[in-house]
Design a protein around this ligand. Structure first.
Ligand code: GDP
Length: 335
């Protein structure tokens, strides 16, 4: 194999099978390039993912989410060290939609990269490209598949904040860890607003600070209230752990709790998690179909100039948005 292959353009001869094979061999440059191409919406990357799909489903995906500053990166760093100590390989995807493309996330990436730069068993990448083709959930799901096919044992997906995107991304993980710091403050509202349900494990980090025990208790009572959801009663009681990420305290316990949850999922006896798995599958496919349909329709309307004409009609109030959307749908479905 030509070692310079990874530098070639996306349409180089034999590219597809090459990159698929390279990714499967765990080639770091091929993995990085395919993640980038998929993020850019390259059709060849979609074809590559189709080929890689049969080789996915082996990795354990751990989501870590929480507000900025609670110590997620520190904990993830600790987890990487711990997991490597167990002889497992790991991929980290740091998802930060709030970062500008060339801003914080990339800088953070460099700092972390340096820490693990000599370790081939670790792959770290920032995903910060909101607004790119298909959005962040699609890019992140693709990156997870690529890392999975490349043979990583564990994939840690770190997301910042608690918006809908982050909840969706958290849902793609097998186990979702929610990190908070003592004195929940604003986090309480955010947690109540939707993140509670997706949490399988809660961690009160910075337990060296005052108020950690109180926060643990607050969380425990919220979890008890949040166990019943649209999907039924959650038959896994999320543990609430304490950690001091800076000192690597509580990291081994966090990993043990994650392993416990993974074992629970593997038993496959939980109705709740079976329904959750169906919901995840449904969300993923609906997302993709929606995106695909919108892309096809917009491309066609754009090419024929109809889009501009329709917009004129709308702005001059010759038509209303509902009739216009009906008209567009009827036309497309008739073809
Ligand atoms: P993130 O934004 O959630 O990823 O948070 P970081 O991991 O970047 O941590 C934010 C700040 O909290 C940094 O200055 C860390 O050094 C600090 N920090 C992380 N873990 C702990 C901890 O357990 N105790 C204390 N006191 N500080 C911590």
């Amino acid at each position: 194999m030509n070692p310079g292959q990874g530098q070639n353009g996306a349409n180089g001869p034999g590219r597809d099978s090459d990159i698929v094979n390279l990714v499967r061999q765990g080639d770091v440059r091929a993995v990085a390039r395919l993640i980038r191409d998929f993020d850019d919406g390259a059709p060849s990357a979609v074809a590559d993912l189709k080929q890689l799909f049969p080789f996915t489903g082996r990795a354990y995906v751990l989501g870590v989410t929480g507000s900025p500053g609670v110590g997620k990166s520190t904990l993830v760093d600790g987890l990487v060290r711990h997991v490597r100590g167990l002889g497992l390989t790991v991929g980290v995807l740091a998802v930060d939609p709030s970062s500008p493309f060339t801003g914080g996330a990339i800088l953070g990436d460099r700092v972390r990269m340096q820490r693990h730069s000599t370790d081939e068993g670790v792959f770290i990448r920032s995903m910060a490209t909101r607004g790119h083709f298909g959005g962040l959930s699609r890019s992140t799901r693709g990156a997870i598949m690529i890392l999975d096919a490349s043979g990583k044992d564990v994939i840690i997906v770190e997301t910042v904040g608690v918006g809908q995107d982050e909840v969706d991304i958290a849902r793609t993980a097998d186990t979702t860890v929610i990190v908070v710091a003592p004195g929940l403050g604003d986090d309480i509202q955010a947690i109540k607003a939707g993140i509670l349900e997706v949490g399988d494990i809660f961690v009160v980090n910075k337990a060296d600070r005052e108020g950690a025990e109180r926060t643990v208790q607050d969380l425990q009572s919220m979890i008890e209230l949040g166990r019943v959801s649209d999907l039924g009663t959650k038959d896994w009681t999320p543990p609430v752990l304490k950690a001091v990420g800076l000192k690597q305290e509580g990291v081994a316990e966090l990993w043990a709790a994650a392993a416990g949850h993974r074992a629970f999922l593997h038993q496959g006896r939980s109705d709740y998690y079976q329904r959750l798995a169906r919901l995840k599958a449904k969300m993923e496919i609906i997302d993709l179909v929606k995106q695909g349909v919108v892309d096809v329709i917009l491309k066609r309307l754009d090419e024929t100039g109809e889009l501009e004409q329709y917009l004129d009609e709308l702005i001059s109030r010759k038509t209303d948005p509902y009739s216009l959307s009906d008209k567009i749908m009827a036309r497309v479905l008739a073809e």
